[in-house]
Design a protein. Structure first.
Length: 195
């Protein structure tokens, strides 16, 4: 792909990412405002799905862009962070699970901010293990919402064990990916232009 192609802003994947960002307030309103856990869980699952759809489209339509490489993981952090905090406030997820997921998002988010502040110019590519962890968590958290007997899914008794099946490996993979970003972050800082 040419550098010119990577500078594109208006691409199908970027539009999907912006839609995903725009759905975050709707999710928060459904869960915390309306207390519609099942609807909020379905929306959260749909938003998680668009994360993988936009990546697939970027590669297969040759619409990868610099903006997308920054916007997509930022949307992931915001979606997962807001989702975890909201579900914790709702009481549908165990506290330690929410704190482990939120701490990982905070760690990665602060790392990105630190790289920018310190002048790193390189964009660190998202790791496949991180994408897998995010996928598992984006399955687990809607299932935790669905498992709440007070407004969850009609099949709430099945949802809880399913949520545990996804959340534990999701946390392990997510933290493995976070640790894997440290070395590329240091390398990006070493390549920064003197300032």
């Amino acid at each position: 792909m040419t550098a010119e192609g990577e500078d594109r802003v208006l691409t199908v994947p970027n539009v999907l990412t912006v839609i995903r960002l725009g759905c975050i307030p709707v999710f928060l309103w459904l869960l915390l405002g309306r207390e519609e856990r099942y609807g909020a869980g379905l929306l959260l699952a749909a938003m998680g799905t668009t994360d993988f759809v936009d990546g697939y489209l970027a590669r297969h339509l040759h619409q990868e862009s610099r903006l997308g490489k920054v916007l997509d993981p930022t949307a992931d952090r915001l979606l997962l962070g807001a989702g975890v905090v909201a579900i914790l406030l709702d009481g549908s997820v165990p506290t330690w699970v929410a704190l482990a997921a939120a701490a990982r998002e905070l760690f990665v988010g602060l790392g990105v901010v630190l790289l920018v502040v310190l002048g790193a110019r390189d964009v660190i590519d998202v790791k496949l293990v991180g994408k897998a962890g995010t996928l598992l968590l984006m399955v687990a958290f809607p299932l935790f919402l669905a498992s709440n007997p007070d407004g969850g899914a009609p099949w709430h008794e099945l949802a809880r064990p399913l949520a545990w099946t996804f959340v534990v490996p999701g946390l392990v993979l997510s933290w493995t990916a976070a640790a894997g970003y440290v070395a590329p972050g240091r390398a990006a800082l070493a390549r920064r232009r003197p300032g």
